[in-house]
Write a protein of this length. Structure first.
Length: 355
């Protein structure tokens, strides 16, 4: 029988309840496990979608739900077979906590595409039954393979969002060969977009940010953009026609994707990391005429997530965060809906102790 330990958390009991304190159980570390005291957890838009059961058609929420998959903390205990971590280390956990380890995707380090991948929250928990609980909690116990090392120089509150927003934007840039001399577009300057700008800039690309709000221009330049285009301005858009190597589209609202496909050069690629609810309409000639491609991407595998964190350590990259106590989480969700945050909330988990 698995023994357990009680930890404080914040959970939602229904799609409309909001988040409130709840004690949850974590397993005692098995030989392969790392036990982590959570210091910071970022707030991702998918936390909000899951809490409110907005993705019910393909991933219904099981209540109570403890969201959070941008986790940074300190190792408190390790199992006897753990080799990469010891008590006192700073460690991180992202969107996944397990996979089968045997399928071709796992063998290739692409655990995010494993048919048996277990998400950090709202996935079946094979150890304790019920469903996995995420990072809005005091601690978590995770198989060593899914625990990441955090470079010592990074600010921990700002490092937390790297575990989802960071890898989600780094992985497609890596895959599509963003390097020095490439022209890269970033559509939408939010939690994902602002990370994309930092990565593309650090990789040496010429970075162009597309935004609907002219007042974001200064901030985009500060984050590392070389140019800012107001996407509502047709003349400005036309100037860039057929010139991009790669465009990352981080917009989840309904929008005209073809306006961006037309900006790609020969063999250019546009990758979606946002998830608009309605199907997008793409005319074939937009792709055929210049051998353009249109693709999607979802987080990244464990080896690539570690590579991304190491890259962030080398270039001193973290997310721009507003640190909040857990007691402000419901308010933060409302502000997230209005894009009223620059550019990610990071919850200081020390605040859980005052519950
Ligand atoms: Zn996320
Ligand atoms: Zn697998």
């Amino acid at each position: 029988m698995t023994t357990t330990k009680k930890v404080p958390a914040y959970a939602a009991q229904s799609a409309t309840s909001g988040l409130a304190p709840l004690s949850i159980m974590r397993r005692e570390p098995s030989p392969e496990d790392v036990e982590i005291e959570i210091l910071f957890c970022g707030i991702c838009h998918s936390d909000l979608h899951s809490v409110r059961n907005e993705w019910s058609e393909f991933m219904a929420t099981n209540y109570p739900i403890v969201p959070g998959h941008e986790i940074v903390g300190r190792v408190t205990r390790v199992g006897s077979a753990v080799t990469k971590f010891k008590a006192g280390d700073v460690a991180a956990v992202g969107c996944m906590v397990d996979s089968d380890g045997t399928c071709p995707q796992c063998k290739a380090g692409l655990e995010q595409f494993c048919p048996n991948m277990i998400l950090t929250f709202n996935s079946p928990d094979k150890h304790l039954g019920g469903f996995t609980y995420g990072g809005y909690s005091g601690g978590i116990v995770v198989d060593e393979h899914f625990v990441l090392r955090v470079p010592f120089n990074l600010n921990l509150a700002g490092a937390a969002p790297l575990l989802c927003a960071g890898i989600t934007t780094y992985s497609p840039m890596h895959h599509w060969g963003v390097t020095k001399g490439k022209k890269v577009g970033v559509v939408g300057l939010g939690g994902l977009g602002h990370m994309a700008v930092k990565f593309a800039h650090a990789l040496g690309a010429h970075v162009v940010v597309f935004t609907t709000s002219p007042n974001k221009k200064e901030d985009a330049l500060r984050l590392g953009a070389d140019e800012v285009v107001v996407s509502r301005n047709a003349d400005e858009m036309k100037k860039h026609a057929g010139s991009f190597d790669f465009i990352l589209d981080a917009v989840s609202a309904d929008h005209d994707i073809n306006a961006y496909i037309n900006l790609l050069g020969i063999d250019g690629n546009l990758t979606l990391v946002g998830a608009p609810a309605k199907p997008l309409s793409v005319p074939a000639f937009g792709l055929i005429a210049r051998r353009r491609s249109f693709s999607g991407s979802m987080i990244g595998g464990i080896p690539e997530t570690q590579e991304m964190l190491d890259f962030c350590g080398k270039h001193n990259i973290t997310a721009d965060v507003e640190v909040i106590p857990i007691q402000k989480v419901n308010e933060a969700y409302e502000r997230l809906l209005k894009s009223d945050v620059k550019y990610r909330f990071s919850i200081d988990m020390a605040s859980l102790k005052s519950e």
